[in-house]
Ligand binder design. Structure first.
Ligand code: NAP
Ligand code: GLV
Length: 309
């Protein structure tokens, strides 16, 4: 098969991908440009520029190297009839669980506040809650959300999960559907977002939603920036409605240098690094999918275009 690698990444990362995929796909023709476009069977993509997948008459599969496919689905030039599979890697889920645990632990124990006070040379130990006294709402119980919920529960947190369809997750209390959300938010000391970005979830976190959260709650967004109305989040932080926000993703990335999030004392910024696709494990996952395609077996983690994830 001829495989096009269309990734919007730097030269070093592109070279890493070429090496890892080349080793995992011996015998396949791996190309980095659209030269010979008539022969391309599979496109392996990470945020390809608009138009990168047009004019490929033989294209049978689009493999996303990202878990979230919102940008791909928003691109009208991506051929609608070609199946898309997304990256699902247990090691990536584990990385997300580490980031979530760090954020929740730091919120729970007030470590972000201590970091702020260090800059003021302020010595002021405050009281300490137990993990069992802290309720965390995990929104989205898919690959990432489930790994996060289980990790937090194992650490002793009271975890509430939320998804579209009823889901079981290792004894964790879960709720489904829109009406359950507000009650769940009202109970949570920390709200952690791991929903996919779809028409139903865009702008979910707005002034009304922040207003329904527990006074002084922490907010962690590890999913997509467009889930959040950023001006409303700033107002909720400034007004004391929320205690602190940990943000990995933003409406505009990279986060513009003059954005208030950078300097806001109650915001911790990460550069979209909560869980990165790692070529060392992901290349093998891609290779498994290509073998399935070649052998006519079912493809793993097909994207449902109607649902948007
Ligand atoms: P996934 O396996 O598709 O899981 C999505 C979850 O969200 C499912 O539990 C789904 O519930 C739920 N959901 C979807 N729409 C919903 C709605 N309208 N209301 C309630 N629940 C809804 O996705 P994933 O692999 O866990 O990834 C989640 C997102 O994380 C990705 O889309 C991506 O944006 C983000 N991500 C971020 C990073 C990072 O580094 N920051 C890395 C990877 C992924 P049902 O199954 O019941 O429909
Ligand atoms: C990263 O954000 C991903 O969707 O893989």
């Amino acid at each position: 098969m001829s495989v096009l690698l269309a990734c919007d990444v730097g030269a070093d990362e592109a070279a890493q991908w070429r090496a890892a995929l080349g080793a995992a796909l011996p015998g396949e023709r791996l190309v980095g440009t659209r030269e010979g476009a008539d022969d391309i069977d599979v496109a392996i993509v990470a945020n390809p520029p608009p138009g990168a997948l047009t004019g490929l008459p033989r294209l049978r599969l689009i493999q996303s190297l990202w878990a979230g496919v919102d940008r791909l689905l928003a691109d009208p030039t991506v051929p609608a009839q070609v199946p898309i599979v997304r990256m699902v890697d247990p090691l990536m889920n584990a990385a997300m669980a580490e980031t979530a645990l760090w954020a929740v632990l730091a919120l729970h124990r007030g470590f972000f506040r201590y970091a702020r006070w260090q800059r003021e040379a302020r010595w002021a130990p405050h009281g300490q809650r137990r993990a069992q006294e802290v309720t965390v709402a995990v929104l989205g119980l898919g690959q990432m959300g489930r790994a996060v919920a289980l990790r937090l529960a194992a650490q002793g947190y009271r975890v509430l999960g939320w998804s579209t369809r009823p889901a079981a997750a290792g004894g964790i209390e879960t709720q489904a559907g829109d009406t359950a959300l507000d009650a769940l938010l009202a109970r949570a000391d920390v709200v952690l977002n791991l929903l996919p970005l779809t028409a139903a979830t865009r702008g979910l976190f707005d002034a009304a939603r922040f207003g329904r959260m527990k006074q002084g709650a922490g907010f962690v967004n590890l999913a997509r920036g467009a889930h959040v109305v950023e001006a409303d989040l700033l107002a909720a932080l400034d007004g004391g409605l929320l205690h602190h926000a940990v943000l990995d993703v933003f409406q505009t990335e990279p986060l513009p240098a003059d954005h208030r999030f950078w300097s806001h004392p109650r915001v911790t910024v990460l550069p979209h690094a909560a869980a990165q696709t790692d070529p060392r494990s992901a290349a093998g996952i891609v290779a498994d999918n290509l073998r399935a395609l070649r052998e006519g077996r079912p493809l793993a983690h097909l994207v449902d275009r109607a649902r948007g994830y």
